[in-house]
Design a protein around this ligand. Structure first.
Ligand SMILES: [Cu+2]
Length: 99
């Protein structure tokens, strides 16, 4: 599972802070992972926004992503834990407002 938060709320064009708290099947926080985010819009012709998150405290991952256009974004998260298969999850940031 991948709980996520986005601030500010509602999101606006510009920089947003995304916080993730991934948990494993047993509900335990996933620590020491590398997490990469890619932001896409639902229409063609836009480059993806890509970042790597940091882990300021165990199990809490934070990244700042630039959302360059108003509308609906899809965020793909790749969670990499050493020695385990890579996990891919996605969530939406809908209705990003103009700057
Ligand atoms: Cu767009």
């Amino acid at each position: 599972m991948l709980a996520h938060e986005v601030s500010p709320q509602p999101a606006r064009v510009g920089y947003v802070t995304i916080t993730l708290r991934p948990t494993d099947r047993a509900g335990k926080p996933v620590t020491g992972a590398r997490i990469f985010l890619e932001g896409h819009m639902s229409h063609a012709g836009m480059p993806a926004a890509g970042i790597e998150m940091t882990e300021p405290e165990p199990g809490r991952y934070v990244g700042v992503m630039e959302l360059s256009m108003a509308g609906d974004w899809i965020i793909i998260a790749r969670v990499i834990v050493a020695g385990q298969p890579e996990i891919e999850r996605q969530f939406e940031i809908k209705g990003v407002l103009p700057a």
